[in-house]
Design a protein around this ligand. Structure first.
Ligand SMILES: C[S@@+](CC[C@H](N)C(=O)[O-])C[C@H]1O[C@@H](n2cnc3c(N)ncnc32)[C@H](O)[C@@H]1O
Length: 355
């Protein structure tokens, strides 16, 4: 198995490929990424067989911004007969497949993928029985063991491989699906909800999102992100020239300030959370976030970097570089993580926190 399969948002295969090549090269792993636009995945072929295992174990999937999941796979299995898909899949991977503790039958996140959902559902039970019998799946589900992934790319084609339990995103297809809260003022609310779940553990969420905390939402209207903060019991300054949702205002937890998010600052240094979803140049937003951290105006921030049409990967690298350089120079101790989340579109989400 010398390939890694990376799932990504359809349309972002180029960014995902550039990123895996860059991160692999930093670890002295060389290879090349194969991709086809809008397929929702990238295949990275390592020149050396053992290097795919090295990356699977040593490259944290959380460090990859554009990849939702990373698996070590056998070459794509093609031309399977509809009579028997299990034997060809097994034959393709058997030699290198460890004993796994769980099976995920998946598809890329595309419209073609959706059409394969029925096949995935109907094949999952016989496939489990088959791989258990073959000694590749534990009798009882075990979350400490690798996950066996079968990713159907067509009714007759699929990838088979595995991910490591300590280095994967613990959701089918690498996607955390959330229910849209009926009373939220905009669908954007799901972006911040997903970010809170993705970047913070349950314990961290309980500790760091307490009732009564102060938060600032830059570019808040109509209030989808403010809604999330209000739900946690926070007091929110919502900065935007646009109108805020009346129900949110009625909670008494929101102060709407019609001002420029690049100029406004709180009166006191008592803000824990800064969130920012302004549709503005990503470099400008990156610099603004640095200003807030260097000025000690907040403890943690979650913000979007809106991506341009071209050079998206380079823009992300440039923005993160601005943050690293400015915060290092100012001696601000921080943690930074970034991800192209499921509910993000032409943007990525960044979590920056003071250490
Ligand atoms: C994508 S919308 C925000 C949606 C919001 N997060 C929600 O969940 O409802 C972007 C907002 O940023 C605001 N915005 C853009 N530039 C701004 C600036 N310089 N100052 C304040 N708000 C700004 C716009 O008015 C717009 O309401």
């Amino acid at each position: 198995m010398k390939h890694l399969l990376l799932y990504c948002r359809p349309g972002f295969e180029g960014e995902c490929a550039q990123e895996i090549e860059a991160r692999a090269a930093e670890r002295e792993v060389f290879g090349f990424a194969r991709l086809k636009g809008n397929t929702g995945y990238v295949l990275f072929e390592c020149y050396q067989e053992s290097d795919s295992a090295k990356l699977l174990n040593q490259l944290p999937v959380s460090k990859l911004i554009f990849a939702r999941q990373m698996l070590r796979v056998a070459p794509q299995v093609l031309d399977m007969s509809t009579e028997d898909r299990l034997n060809p899949l097994y034959m393709a991977a058997a030699e290198d497949l460890p004993e796994c503790g769980r099976l995920w039958v998946e598809t890329p996140d595309t419209n073609e993928g959706k059409e394969l959902n029925r096949l995935c559902r109907s094949i999952a039970t016989p496939m489990k029985a088959f791989f258990k019998k073959a000694g590749k799946l534990t009798a009882k589900e075990n979350d400490d063991k690798p996950v066996l992934h079968v990713c159907f790319t067509g009714t007759d084609s699929a990838f088979i491989g595995y991910s490591q339990p300590k280095n994967h995103y613990p959701h089918l297809m690498g996607i955390m699906r959330l229910k849209f809260p009926k009373d939220a003022p905009s669908r954007s609310t799901l972006k911040l909800e997903e970010a809170f779940h993705y970047f913070l553990s349950k314990t961290q969420r309980e500790k760091r999102m307490e009732s009564g905390m102060n938060a600032v939402d830059l570019g808040a209207a109509p209030g989808g992100w403010t809604y999330q903060l209000v739900q946690k019991g926070m007091m929110v300054s919502a900065i935007d020239n646009g109108p805020m949702d009346q129900k949110l205002m009625d909670t008494g937890q929101v102060k709407h300030v019609r001002d420029d998010g690049f100029k406004w600052l709180p009166k006191k240094r008592n803000v824990h959370w800064l969130v920012c979803d302004m549709i503005e140049s990503p470099k400008r937003v990156a610099n603004l976030m640095c200003d807030w951290f260097i000025g000690d105006w907040c403890v943690e921030a979650i913000f979007n970097l809106k991506l341009p049409v071209k050079r998206r990967f380079h823009t992300v690298e440039e923005c993160l570089e601005i943050i690293y350089e400015r915060l290092d120079e100012a001696g601000v101790p921080y943690r930074l993580a970034a991800k192209h989340l499921y509910y993000d579109r032409e943007e990525i989400t960044v979590h920056l926190s003071r250490k």
